[in-house]
Design a binder for this molecule. Structure first.
Ligand SMILES: [Zn+2]
Length: 439
């Protein structure tokens, strides 16, 4: 029944997801040459249409040839904010768009508009990824996610969950749930997948384990981790506890699924929907194996084009082919936000994954630390928030301070503060580290 409901609703919304999934399932086995030709064709159409119909791009695009895309300016949230009224094709009626407010890591949110048909392709790319693990569109799942605070949004989200045949567990209140009740509900529901932020998925598995429940009883086909960097220890725990594959999804609301991990462990780029570049600090395009910022062009959103949009994540291409049979090109090492790096006085950049290792070490030493958050506001200073209830002893504090000085920078000042609660980000994500140095 819910599958029929899903089909009706997505048709009403003008997204036609099912047809789009079929289309993407065909193109995933195209040769690299076919994929590239298709991408060039779409880029050409996009650049020509943007130049012709969108006031901002009429000024910016001199030559709509796809080969000249590298000479176009990088699109930032700041530029969108300043030019919002000139970023549309004014001839497209407003009802064809979905309004979206991007939270971003710093600063105020930016408003974007996504064409419904583009969003259809974004959903289709996600279901295609799920299909690599034998999951059919509309299959039931669990989503561990944020829950809106205001009632109207709450009801809308609830309806969406119903239509999409999924149960939502609030990522904000995981610690408060009555685990046994929830477990019985989930068991009766028979989900095929669990989807959520890496940290929330990890916490969920820990909670079930602490309550002596066996994850494999759910008979899941897949765990999908999204929105945060998935650390190796989290992946191991999830795979071990639920006895099923764990896939990493790299996506954004603005451009949909950028890449999805296949059963062989490669991150395949959704090259039918998005043109991806990796650029260095001079905004020059990088080849395989070179780290840089990930910049995307949506090939589906003609009404509100996002051309060379800076995702502010660091990553690199891989030049390899995957053995799974899917020919879509590969991304490797998606390291997360540029704001996830610790900056030192000497100019070093240390990735925040460092703190997940620090956490692992703290756990291994039995220092009883459940949660912490480190914030950098100045180059030579790190501020560590620790939970009061964790009964952190002096050894843990010394260990954190010593390890930071030893591995990051001896001149780094480390200050500590004990708090009752460590807040999630606005979106519900948890992060060990946040760089708040103004850029
Ligand atoms: Zn593959």
């Amino acid at each position: 029944m819910s599958n029929i409901l899903y089909a009706i609703v997505e048709r009403m919304r003008g997204e036609n997801v099912r047809e789009k999934i079929k289309e993407l399932q065909k193109t995933q086995s195209w040769t690299r040459k076919e994929l590239q030709d298709d991408q060039n064709k779409k880029l050409n159409e996009l650049l020509s249409a943007a130049k012709k119909t969108v006031p901002y791009y009429s000024e910016v695009i001199k030559n709509p040839n796809p080969d000249a895309i590298n000479s176009l300016p990088i699109l930032t949230k700041e530029i969108i904010r300043k030019n919002i009224k000139r970023m549309f094709n004014p001839e497209i009626p407003k009802w064809k768009f979905i309004r979206y407010s991007s939270s971003g890591t710093t600063g105020e949110p930016v408003l974007l508009f996504l064409e419904r048909s583009a969003v259809g392709y974004y959903h289709a790319a996600q279901w295609r990824g799920f299909s690599w693990y034998g999951i059919q569109p509309g299959a039931g799942g669990i989503k561990i996610w944020g829950v809106p605070i205001n009632l109207k949004s709450k009801i809308i989200e609830k309806l969406k969950d119903r239509v999409n045949h999924r149960i939502r567990i609030s990522a904000f209140q995981l610690e408060k749930i009555k685990v046994k009740n929830l477990w019985n509900t989930i068991l009766a529901y028979r989900p095929e997948y669990v989807y959520g932020y890496a940290s929330a998925l990890y916490l969920f598995a820990c909670l079930l384990e602490e309550n002596h429940l066996a994850g494999e009883e759910l008979g899941l086909k897949l765990i999908v981790s999204t929105a945060e960097v998935l650390y190796e220890y989290q992946r191991e725990k999830l795979r071990g506890f639920f006895q099923c594959p764990v896939a990493n999804e790299y996506g954004t609301c603005e451009a949909g699924i950028i890449a999805f991990e296949c059963p062989k462990g490669s991150m395949h780029i959704t090259s039918e929907n998005v043109y991806v570049e990796v650029v260095n600090e001079f905004n020059r395009t990088q080849g395989p194996d070179h780290d840089g910022r990930i910049v995307v062009t949506s090939l589906r959103n003609f009404g509100f084009p996002l051309i060379r949009y800076d995702l502010e994540d660091i990553g690199a291409f891989s030049g390899k082919e995957c053995a799974c049979g899917i020919r879509l090109p590969l991304l490797q090492r998606i390291q997360g936000r540029t704001s996830d790096f610790v900056l030192t006085n000497s100019g070093k950049k240390i990735h925040s994954e460092f703190f997940s290792y620090l956490n692992r070490e703290l756990m291994a030493r039995g220092y009883g630390l459940k949660e912490f958050k480190i914030v950098q506001k100045k180059k030579n200073e790190l501020h560590v928030y620790l939970l009061k209830i964790d009964e952190v002893n002096r050894r843990a504090v010394d260990f954190i301070s010593d390890t930071i000085k030893k591995h990051i920078d001896p001149s780094m000042r480390v200050t500590f503060e004990f708090v009752r609660k460590i807040d999630s980000e606005k979106s519900g994500k948890k992060r060990y580290f946040v760089n708040e140095i103004p850029s």
